[in-house]
Design a protein. Structure first.
Length: 465
């Protein structure tokens, strides 16, 4: 049966600009539409349930996503890189990689899901300091398995450069989120919202699996059950550092939530932080969409047409600047009015939003260099950068959060983003051949944006007075 839904034919390998433009455009559609719909749902939920329950949802959802990231073992990035590298040249090996990564994800994520469901009373009482959240944790625990599987599926589809399929999938997720989450909040409060997240993830998983089977048929890739052990070294060299690197930042965010919970009115402050983090995703939409196309295409370029490397890097750097800076500055300037959308009690948090939006903008400026690191498979460099960034964040917060509360979180995150950007760009220039002039521009821009961000809350406050 021929597919007509979101499944495109294999790309033309030598049409570099078209691949970037078409892939980026589909990814942008697939990221922007669901983000807007989900943001509308979250704002409505915050108004329906209030600051405390909104904070509980953020803490539980963050806990389950962190567990899902752990259970995913970095295999999504492994699948993206190696499916992109081999699907045109070695279909048999591509099939083995898809099968092996899927098998490991099912086993590990399934065990972690079961463990969290069983340990929910202990997690709620000891870690989250709220025994009433046991049922919500158990209802939401399947998100761990579904998050790990969904992330792997998107990785495989991106490796095939199936950007239209990924866009369709994400748009469908967005349209499901609005009614499902609102119905869940009306029906069951915190627990109902978690149940809605599970239902959405399950539907998306089923559709994703069908899409992968269609793409595998298009490229004549079939799951291989033999010689699986031959791919274990690949998992060790790439997946282990990718797993550790991808896990560190979610753990840092989760620990940040735990620090905030222990402050006076902790769950209300987490509710405010949850709103800020959702708005951060508005900055993330465009560069994440572009990077979702850039990484598999750049991997293919390095493997098949290495002469195009510098041209591809310059092109992606220009796209990143155009995408990041206008959105970042607009959201920072509009922060005092944007936070009011979440309802009573949220509006005073606009300075935190300014700082956190600026922090993510600074971090995203290193996207071209970071993408080259991943495409080259230099995962130990990515891991070291993540370790140092996460340690810096957690240690500084441990000593400062009781005094400066959410200002400590935001200013520390901003500083961490600058250090991380400088580190990854310097490594890419000196070890991977990233163009030095482009690297200098990125570092200078990151420094300037950090300075503007740090001063902007006080400048806006004086203007608003």
């Amino acid at each position: 049966m021929t597919s007509h839904l979101a499944i495109e034919s294999p790309p033309v390998p030598d049409n570099l600009v078209r691949r970037f433009v078409v892939g980026g455009a589909w990814n942008l559609l697939g990221n922007a539409a669901p983000q807007i719909l989900n943001l509308g749902a979250q704002i409505t939920i915050s108004r329906m349930l209030g600051k405390t329950h909104f904070g509980q949802i953020g803490v539980i959802y963050g806990t389950l996503l962190t567990c899902g990231t752990f259970a995913g073992l970095g295999l999504s990035l492994t699948a993206t890189k190696h499916v992109a590298e081999f699907h045109l040249a070695d279909q048999k090996r591509t099939g083995r990689i898809i099968f092996l990564t899927s098998l490991i994800t099912w086993i590990v994520a399934g065990l972690v899901t079961l463990a969290v469901a069983v340990a929910a009373p202990w997690v709620a009482q000891v870690i989250l300091k709220e025994p009433s959240l046991v049922l919500s944790l158990r209802v939401g625990s399947p998100l761990i398995l579904l998050t790990a599987l969904g992330s792997l599926q998107l990785g495989v589809l991106s490796g095939f450069e199936a950007f239209r399929a990924v866009a369709g999938l994400n748009v469908a997720r967005g349209f499901l989120s609005l009614p499902f989450l609102l119905l869940g909040a009306w029906w069951g409060g915190t627990t109902g919202v978690l149940a809605a997240y599970v239902a959405i993830a399950a539907i998306v998983w089923i559709v994703s699996q069908w899409m992968i089977s269609q793409k595998a048929r298009d490229f004549h890739v079939w799951s291989g059950y033999s010689d699986l052990m031959a791919e274990i070294p690949l998992l060790w060299r790439f997946s282990v550092p990718a797993f550790l690197s991808s896990l560190l930042w979610p753990i840092s965010m989760w620990l940040t939530n735990l620090f905030v919970i222990r402050l006076p009115e902790g769950y209300q402050k987490v509710g405010e932080l949850n709103a800020v983090r959702q708005l951060q995703q508005a900055v993330n939409v465009i560069p994440v969409a572009l990077n979702g196309a850039v990484m598999p295409i750049l991997t293919s370029v390095l493997t098949n047409t290495p002469r195009d490397k510098d041209r591809a890097l310059r092109f992606t750097n220009n796209l990143s600047f155009v995408a990041i800076l206008p959105v970042t500055i607009a959201l920072m300037l509009g922060a005092p009015w944007i936070m009011k959308l979440y309802g009573r009690g949220f509006s005073d948090g606009w300075p935190i939003l300014v700082l956190m939006i600026g922090a993510i903008g600074v971090n995203l400026l290193n996207s071209p260099a970071g993408t080259l690191v991943l495409a080259k498979g230099a995962m130990m460099a990515s891991l070291v950068n993540s370790v140092l960034s996460s340690l810096f964040l957690v240690v500084v917060l441990y000593f400062t959060i009781s005094r400066w509360e959410l200002y400590s979180v935001s200013y520390t995150t901003l500083t961490c983003s600058l250090l991380s950007t400088v580190g990854i760009v310097v490594y890419a220039v000196y070890r991977l051949g990233f163009p030095a002039p482009v690297g200098k521009v990125i570092i200078a821009s990151a420094g300037a944006l950090t300075g503007v961000t740090a001063a902007l809350p006080w400048l806006l406050r004086s203007v608003l007075r």
